[in-house]
Design a protein around this ligand. Structure first.
Ligand SMILES: *Cc1c(COP(=O)(O)O)cnc(C)c1O
Length: 372
């Protein structure tokens, strides 16, 4: 019997072990260790940004960014409804108002044509979230932000090594965030990073991640922060992973092309777009949509695939449908049909970097068999 195929298995066969051993042998295991700053500098340099602020996960990176920009009571932030809960948490906690837009049916990213009509006197920021492997169409968003004087937060958690018209993803926000969860192209187990070119914002983010301890007056606080520090051991993993980023992106693109080749004749499936006129897909995950199917049918198919020895995941459940917000009376009567349809019929296949070609062949053949 073949081994069960998990939805994600990371690849850790570079210098990960060597750098981790250095942490243990030197005794540097906390956030004070030298690898944290090295990762911040190398990661920022890779994306062409001035500052990197390492944190304990990608959600924390977004929380800090929302707080650092002073997004608070009454402020509105325009963002996609089709995203992970991480993007919206701190906006809601701070008493600000998330204003949603639907998705583009081809790229699955926020439909940038809907942004301008959602702007009001209270709009303070736009949150860009690049979804699954193709970037948001960034230029129109930056143009709107400039014209209306809005801040931009860019969630590039799924976009390590991706670019938009040749410019790196993660270079577009006043604050841009990454996650290093094991299913991202660079992993530290748990981890995240904020990138910025703004000296003051970088300082604010550093302070917020470190409980707002004050230099020279450590235990006296002017502001509430968090302990969101990254450890030297996480940074050790990150440095080893970053060395291999180009290889990882190439491998992910090859995996995406392979799935597409194996599945292109299956009429019941809508496959992800391989490219747009501004980017080639890096397939953070390989997502598919079931044509003309119900949520029940999608769930049943995922169950059958589980029985056939593989794990799959549903797409994001849109923010406007989340019980936690409906209970608060938010998003009443709002409807975003593209995102709702994507959740009903979408799921993604095993996509981790350690997945083998032979496993992909098996996954595709089982999927075809179950859909026949
Ligand atoms: C993974 C992810 C996050 C959250 O990162 P964590 O490290 O899991 O907290 C945020 N946004 C997007 C788009 C993600 O894919």
């Amino acid at each position: 019997m073949r081994d069960f195929i998990p939805v994600n298995k990371p690849l850790l066969d570079g210098n990960e072990k060597k750098y981790l051993l250095e942490c243990i042998e030197s005794g540097w295991i906390s956030s004070e260790g030298p690898f944290v700053k090295e990762l911040e500098q190398k990661f920022a340099a890779r994306v062409g940004r001035k500052h990197g602020v390492a944190v304990c996960n990608g959600t924390a990176a977004i929380d800090v960014s929302v707080e650092a920009l002073g997004i608070g009571a009454g402020d509105e932030v325009i963002m996609p409804t089709f995203t992970i809960i991480s993007c919206i948490n701190q906006i809601v906690r701070n008493g600000a108002v998330p204003v949603l837009v639907d998705s583009d049916p081809v790229t699955w990213n926020m439909d940038v044509a809907q942004i301008e009509s959602r702007i009001s006197r209270r709009t303070k920021a736009i949150m860009i979230v690049h979804i699954f492997g193709l970037p948001v169409d960034v230029d129109p968003v930056l143009d709107i932000a400039r014209r209306y004087g809005l801040r931009v937060i860019e969630d590039a958690a799924e976009m390590h090594g991706q670019s938009y018209k040749g410019r790196p993803c993660g270079s577009f926000g006043d604050l841009s965030t990454f996650s290093f969860y094991p299913n991202k192209h660079v992993t530290t187990g748990e981890g995240g990073m904020i990138l910025t070119d703004d000296d003051d914002l970088a300082e604010t983010c550093r302070s917020l991640r470190n409980l707002c301890f004050q230099p020279g007056n450590r235990f006296v606080h002017e502001r509430l922060g968090w302990n969101f520090r990254m450890t030297n051991m996480q940074a050790a993993l990150g440095l080893a992973q970053l060395e291999r980023l180009d290889y990882f992106v190439g491998r992910k693109r090859a995996m995406g092309a392979r799935y597409t080749e194996l599945l292109k004749d299956v009429a019941a499936l809508r496959l992800p777009a391989g490219n747009t006129d501004y980017a080639d897909n890096i397939y953070w995950v390989y997502g598919v949509l079931l044509e003309q199917k119900s949520e029940q049918e999608r769930r049943r198919l995922m169950q059958r695939l589980h029985e056939a020895g593989m794990e799959t995941r549903p797409f994001f459940f849109p923010m406007h449908q989340q019980p936690v917000f409906r209970q608060r009376g938010m998003f009443q009567g709002e409807c975003y049909p593209i995102a709702e349809g994507m959740y009903r019929t979408g799921f993604y296949l095993p996509s981790g970097l350690a997945l083998e070609d032979e496993e992909m062949t098996y996954i595709a053949s089982e999927l075809k068999r179950l859909l026949a």
